[in-house]
Write a protein that binds this ligand. Structure first.
Ligand code: ATP
Ligand code: MN
Length: 462
């Protein structure tokens, strides 16, 4: 007999029928006559209760059925007498796949801090909180592909290893097979990278955008969804050294089209979560964030506020608020400024556009004012920046001038520049940080708690 997932079993109405379930023991209680074992297999946040008639089996039989043990149960589905559940399983046979020492099992106690759970990331998926987060994460990844596929976008696999250093100079992880204890040198004493695996310096990608643009210049609408890496030493609740990013890139989109897509996309994803992750969201709403579900509903149902960077700076200066980082035109917005705009001033998500060119990347389309570029950042409550994007500069000469002004190594991206030479087109795109989205959807406060195995400075365990 094939076993049934607990999610399916809990919906079954086939009372009196025999089923097999497999999972891990969450809790045990009972007395001399009867034992109640709560079992979870991760398919759903709820456990199924297994009822064991002690006199039938003898006390010895349950000796190895302890919290954390992995078991197979064969039993009859019956209507539940107890509160809070509609069905339960009357055990006929219990087989223990893996016993679990109650003295040393780290998840023995009922509630643990999130900080402690990070130290046991190998076991935390067995908690309600992390299984809920991981199921939501899966659903969001699926919904992302569904959204783009339904719209006719193509999933473009951009490379993880790159040799262009234009975007994130100084923040990249080097990829090399050279022996670091015995580096080959050139005649003038520099490291000889021609002897390295790729014959040149290579790094892990910080973004798939540049290659995404190449795809858009042929397939019109593409997206990439993959891991990205940043060696920035920022120990914040919103930064990881390894995170996942969704980057759509579209030919024939101006900044307005780009903003419309960004809003529609994020609202779709949140609506998808509300419709498909109800149990898990209700759990997180109850345990961590009483406003979570109403906040998600609000974002789905309200347009994002759109204004320029210049207007935003005006609002911040006039606010009279004491910020840790003072604000003036030309400085980059800090998270405290972004959150003031979103949470206190507009009380809804905000899209800021037309940033000073000095604080944005070289490829952004230059505005006629000579000072600003067609950038857009989408700012969210509790998160700050969730999306960064722009219309791209499609004019070869303007792009080259900007690259020269910034003294960027343009020979590394000759292929990027050729798209502007051969059939250039207006185009736009953006990057959504996947973990920032999951932070928002789950209401969790720390980005380390929305990815299975976080990578942060001084931490690469598991
Ligand atoms: P921030 O200012 O928050 O550090 P950024 O401006 O450096 O972000 P972009 O280069 O615009 O980020 O990247 C696009 C998106 O990727 C961001 O809007 C954010 O959602 C996400 N992101 C950027 N850096 C990180 C990181 N270190 N960890 C997790 N997500 C990130
Ligand atoms: Mn950004």
């Amino acid at each position: 007999m094939k076993h049934i997932k607990i999610k399916e079993l809990l919906q079954s109405k086939e009372f009196g029928k025999e089923f097999i379930i497999k999972g891990w023991v969450r809790t045990l209680r009972g007395n001399k006559n009867v034992s109640f074992i709560a079992i979870n297999d991760g398919s759903i946040i709820n456990n199924v209760q297994v009822v064991v008639d002690i006199p039938v089996f003898g006390e010895e039989y349950l000796k190895n059925v302890t919290t954390g043990a992995c078991v197979k149960v064969r039993g009859i589905l019956v209507r539940s007498q107890g509160q809070g559940q509609t069905v339960e399983v009357q055990a006929k046979e219990i087989f223990v796949y893996g016993s679990c020492d109650p003295e040393t099992y780290p998840l023995q106690k009922k509630s643990h801090t999130l900080e402690y759970l990070r130290t046991i990331a190998h076991l935390r998926p067995r908690t309600n909180t992390f299984s809920a987060v991981l199921r939501i994460r899966h659903n969001m990844a699926f919904a992302i592909h569904k959204y783009f596929n339904d719209k006719g976008f193509f999933y473009l696999h951009t490379p993880i290893i790159t040799a262009s250093d234009c975007e994130g100079a100084g923040e990249m992880f080097r990829v090399s097979t050279l022996d670091i204890n015995n580096l080959p040198k050139t005649q003038d004493g520099q490291i000889d990278f021609t002897q390295d695996f790729f014959g040149k310096e290579t790094n892990l990608t910080v973004s798939g955008q540049l290659e995404g643009e190449l795809g858009a210049m042929a397939l019109s609408e593409v997206y990439t969804f993959g891991p990205t890496f940043r060696a920035e030493n920022s120990n914040t609740p919103r930064h990881l050294a390894e995170f996942w990013m969704i980057e759509p890139e579209m030919a024939f989109y101006d900044l307005e089209d780009n903003m419309n897509l960004a809003q529609d996309f994020v609202q779709y994803l949140i609506k998808y979560a509300l419709e498909n992750c109800k149990d898990d969201l209700e759990f997180l709403n109850k345990m961590y964030d009483k406003e979570l579900i109403s906040r998600l509903g609000f974002v789905v149902n309200n347009d994002f506020e759109r204004l320029t960077y210049t207007q935003a700076v005006d609002i911040l200066i006039k606010s009279g608020e004491k910020f840790e980082f003072p604000i003036s035109w030309g400085t980059d917005l800090q998270s405290e400024h972004e959150r003031y705009l979103v949470e206190k001033h507009f009380k809804k998500p905000v899209i800021l556009i037309d940033y000073p060119k000095e604080i944005k990347a070289f490829y952004m389309k230059q505005n006629p004012d000579g000072k600003t570029v067609r950038a857009m950042d989408v700012l969210f409550p509790k998160i700050g920046e969730i999306i960064g994007g722009s219309q791209r500069e499609e004019d070869l000469q303007k792009l080259v001038n900007r690259i020269n002004e910034l003294k960027l190594p343009s020979k590394d991206i000759w292929w990027y520049l050729e798209t502007r030479k051969f059939g250039t087109a207006p185009h736009s795109g953006f990057g959504l940080g996947f973990e920032r989205l999951i932070l928002f959807v789950t209401g969790m406060a720390n980005i380390r708690d929305v990815i299975p195995f976080p990578r942060t400075p001084k931490n690469a365990e598991f």
